[in-house]
Design a protein around this ligand. Structure first.
Ligand SMILES: Cc1ncc(COP(=O)(O)O)c(C=O)c1O
Length: 452
């Protein structure tokens, strides 16, 4: 059993903040400052270069990798930390292509995060030789897996819509077609009970600054299935992935297993901050977490299959179902708050959103919030059309806007339901403060974050 009341006390948020951006940067673990201080003065300051051995720095990417591995269903010794997620995507992709030398297609979907597609584009461009990045609609992925495909490169949870792909099913299809499956867990690690081993993923990558609360720029991770661990060719053959890094040999020889996916000197300070977050995660049962996020006490996974909606082909003729009763009115309030949040980035655009949320037929044409430029005009048209097919939604509601994802709505609904003040809130403050919203409750939607 996980005590989520306790885990909430282990993260710091400024007073009065309802934080909905854990999907981008998780909040600060309360243990991080002390851990950093110990690292700075007790380890770096006191031990200097000896710290690589006496403080276990050299082993940290593996040790921390094992702790992250538990959260994604990976066995010990199959995950290593380091670099950024984009780099890990490149590594996984290059290794997968080398394992399928007779195939030329990398299959991904248009819901993938741009950096994954850019990295694939860059790598395939370098390789030449007829390599192709094939990008299909998310609902067409399964059917697009053919015997031309060397590997699939899919982000499990779509960063815009919250759509979750079925890892086990797509991987099974990839394997049946002779392809390998690479999974990007940036938006699922720490949010869902991911199971890379059970899902038979060949490679998995992810970052730790989002739901895992490792802090800005926290290192990424890579998982390699045991079947490939000693045969995967590390395209980024840095010295710390060498079998004998301190022999300083002239030629490269890949290290054993997951060690070969290391590249250069690990970011020890960042790993220390991540360790503080993992001290909390160590107490979290991932199946229970999913249940808590879904608003139920019990795990929602049974026999390895989720009961929650997963990526599915959507018939455009059929109305999109509202997934949670009461979510539309809550979403209206949320959109209003989110508009205040977005104001930090583009005040005019957010002002337009507020009007759209209120269902105003016309946006102001004068004054400092007048929408300008093609992007705003296109957004304006889109907002006026509203979301067809959502029961209870009116023209002008923002419930279908890509950046207000279902996951936000669901989690926010739960945090608001837990806070009586929330019912009275939701006013548009017009604040450009990145966090501040009309809601003054501190119930957080992040599973680890504090609540009153
Ligand atoms: C799905 C996904 N892939 C890749 C990246 C890029 O990560 P990084 O900036 O750590 O390279 C992100 C960043 O948010 C992401 O969400």
């Amino acid at each position: 059993m996980t005590d989520f009341r306790w885990t909430r006390t282990q993260f710091a948020l400024p007073d009065g903040v309802t934080y909905l951006d854990g999907n981008s940067l998780g909040p600060l673990p309360v243990g991080a400052p002390a851990r950093m201080q110990k690292m700075l003065t007790g380890e770096w300051g006191a031990e200097l270069i000896r710290g690589w051995n006496t403080c276990g720095w050299m082993a940290m990417p593996r040790d921390v990798g094992d702790r992250v591995g538990r959260l994604i269903g990976a066995p010990a010794g199959s995950v290593v930390m380091g670099d950024t997620l984009s780099i890990k995507v490149y590594q996984a992709l290059a290794a997968a292509l080398a394992l399928r030398p007779d195939r030329r297609v990398v299959l991904s979907d248009s819901g993938n995060f741009p950096s994954d597609l850019y990295m694939a584009e860059g790598l395939l461009g370098m390789l030449g030789q007829g390599y192709e990045l094939r990008v299909v609609a998310p609902e067409d992925l399964a059917d697009a897996i053919t015997d031309e495909v060397a590997c699939t490169l899919v982000t499990e949870v779509d960063y815009r819509t919250g759509r979750r792909h079925d890892m086990a099913d797509l991987t099974r299809r990839a394997h049946a077609a002779g392809a390998l499956a690479i999974w990007d867990l940036a938006h699922s690690a720490g949010a869902l009970d991911v199971d890379v081993a059970g899902g038979q993923a060949d490679f998995a990558v992810g970052c730790t600054y989002k739901y895992l609360n490792g802090g800005p720029g926290a290192p990424a991770f890579i998982y390699v299935a045991a079947a490939h661990a000693d045969s995967a060719r590390p395209a980024l053959s840095g010295w710390l992935g060498h079998a004998r890094p301190f022999a300083f040999e002239q030629g490269y020889a890949p290290g054993a297993g997951i060690e070969r996916m290391r590249v250069g000197t690990p970011p020890i300070l960042a790993l220390a901050a991540l360790e503080a977050a993992l001290d909390v995660w160590d107490a979290v049962d991932m199946a229970a977490l999913r249940g808590a996020v879904a608003g139920t006490d019990r795990p929602v996974h049974r026999g390895g299959r989720s009961r929650l909606p997963r990526a599915r082909a959507r018939d455009p003729a059929r109305p999109r179902p509202a997934r949670q009763p009461g979510v539309v009115p809550l979403c209206r309030r949320l959109c209003r708050d989110a508009g205040a949040h977005r104001a930090g980035r583009d005040r005019r655009f957010s002002r337009a959103r507020h009007h759209a949320v209120r269902g105003d037929a016309a946006l102001p044409r004068r004054g400092r919030h007048r929408p300008r430029g093609r992007r705003d005009r296109a957004g304006d048209r889109q907002r006026r059309v509203g979301p067809p097919g959502i029961p209870g939604a009116r023209s002008g509601d923002l419930t279908d806007q890509a950046d207000f994802r279902p996951a936000y709505r669901l989690r926010a609904a739960q945090s608001r339901a837990a806070c009586p003040k929330a019912a009275k809130s939701g006013r548009d403050t017009g604040s450009s403060d990145a966090f501040h919203s009309g809601c003054h409750c501190t119930a957080s939607v992040n599973p680890g974050a504090p609540s009153t």
